[in-house]
Design a protein around this ligand. Structure first.
Ligand SMILES: Nc1ncnc2c1ncn2[C@@H]1O[C@H](COP(=O)(O)OP(=O)(O)OP(=O)(O)O)[C@@H](O)[C@H]1O
Ligand SMILES: [Mg+2]
Length: 407
């Protein structure tokens, strides 16, 4: 997969710009606060269905403007596709495929695949289990859209089940049969979701090992496993795993009544990430944590390629700071056969790398020499808006994936 061009209008500090990319390493450079991350943010909206850093879509609309637009042109298996998004400040955003409006955001998920790495992804190693679950859920969702449906269903059953667990004992009596039905549904969903996660984590683990072996010349050995209440032998069949989750739910009801919440299930599971046998959350250095998170992202790209036959587009926001020169050069050499769009404050870190395209950004615009380039075309980007007034029912919110919080 190869991202050819993005056109942006009134998207954060970018007024009107068209940015072309090469197949290979693209370096977007410029001083702080010029709009480098804003460009990656816009591209990634098409992979994930929403911004990776805005709490609300409208934050991406330029100050004093009413609507942001982005159009992405990309090549997928030799076929050119255009995806567009219109983000009105006071309405739901709308996506377009080849200028035709799509009815649900979920319809475009998986079409343009991209792997993003930004500084906050260090949280995958350092932060709470929910961050690791989100990493894996978003990664699997891009490959297997059915996974999103299963998670949505799971979250809704947990919610209904929790409503019963929260009831006063007398009232609850009438709903005990219902509670058991919900436990059964959850157990099946847990088994299916956990099996998909385990399958993914095994692949992730083997790729991360390869990257680390090469990057550290065998000195650092990572290991990634799925952490859950079920034991290794429970994973042999779907039925065994379902029974395990069902037993956990059935045998801990008193505790669940006390907390008024579902305490077992895939919304409590975690990824255990170790380096040389030690939990990397507590024992790895900053550089090791960054290398691990980056290796996991590169592995995500490899798995996506195994799945679809094509590499996704790698978006690397400020990844190279904090890495020593050996690690930096390894990463740059390793990604050189893929399309990578990478941001940095200056070009100097890339003097040993074959960069296909340097893009300088100043004040939200491409800088091509003496003058800041500004498009003379004041017309709106044409992403075609048939039935403009019709809002897309907001059925899919990727942020809701696995978002049932830890207690
Ligand atoms: N909705 C918005 N409208 C207009 N400008 C915005 C909006 N949201 C953010 N900005 C501006 O965008 C700029 C930040 O852009 P961005 O995060 O892309 O910077 P950057 O080039 O990646 O910087 P750094 O090197 O510090 O990471 C800031 O100047 C900020 O004020
Ligand atoms: Mg930035």
């Amino acid at each position: 997969m190869y991202c050819k061009k993005i056109k942006l209008q009134d998207f954060r500090n970018i007024e009107n710009e068209e940015i072309e990319f090469s197949d290979g390493i693209n370096v977007i450079y410029g001083e702080n606060a010029q709009g480098k991350t804003n460009i990656l943010e816009a591209i990634y909206i098409f992979a994930r269905g929403k911004s990776f850093r805005a709490f609300k879509d409208k934050e991406t609309v330029a100050f004093n403007k009413s609507c942001a637009y982005a159009v992405l042109e990309f090549d997928k298996s030799g076929k050119e596709t255009t995806l567009g998004v219109e983000i009105p400040k006071y309405q739901t955003k709308r996506f377009y495929r080849n200028k035709v409006k799509v009815s649900k955001t979920s319809e475009i998920i998986g079409e343009f695949r991209s792997v993003l790495f930004c500084p906050s992804h260090l949280g995958i190693i350092k932060d709470s289990p929910s961050v690791r679950r989100k990493f894996i859920d978003v990664a699997i969702s891009q490959l297997r859209p059915i996974y999103i449906k299963m998670l949505t269903q799971y979250n809704s059953v947990v919610e209904s089940r929790n409503a019963i667990l929260k009831m006063e004992p007398q009232e609850r009596e009438k709903f005990l049969d219902m509670l058991e039905v919900y436990s059964g549904e959850l157990a099946y969903l847990c088994a299916d979701i956990a099996l998909m996660r385990i399958d993914y984590i095994k692949k992730l683990d083997s790729w991360v090992r390869i990257f680390f072996e090469e990057m550290t010349k065998g000195r650092e050995k990572p290991k990634i496993t799925y952490e859950t209440n079920a034991q290794e032998n429970d994973f042999e069949t779907r039925e065994l795993l379902k029974n395990k989750y069902f037993d956990l739910l059935k045998n801990n009801l008193e505790r669940e009544f006390k907390y008024g919440a579902t305490l077992f299930g895939i919304h409590k599971d975690d990824l255990k990430i170790e380096l040389n046998g030690k939990d990397s959350r507590f024992y790895s250095s900053q550089g090791q944590q960054r290398s691990l998170a980056l290796a996991m992202k590169m592995a995500e790209g490899e798995i996506s390629r195994e799945y679809s036959g094509e590499y996704p587009v790698f978006l690397f926001d400020d990844v190279l700071s904090e890495l020593d020169d050996t690690r930096k050069q390894y990463i740059l050499a390793n990604i050189s056969k893929r399309q990578v769009i990478i941001t940095a404050c200056d070009k100097s870190g890339f003097d040993k790398t074959e960069v296909a395209n340097f893009i300088e950004i100043r004040n939200g615009a491409l800088f091509k020499g003496e003058e800041i380039e500004k498009s003379e075309n004041d017309e709106n980007i044409d992403i075609e808006a048939e039935n403009e007034d019709e809002d897309i029912p907001y059925e899919y919110d990727p942020d809701d994936i696995g978002s049932i919080d830890d207690e």
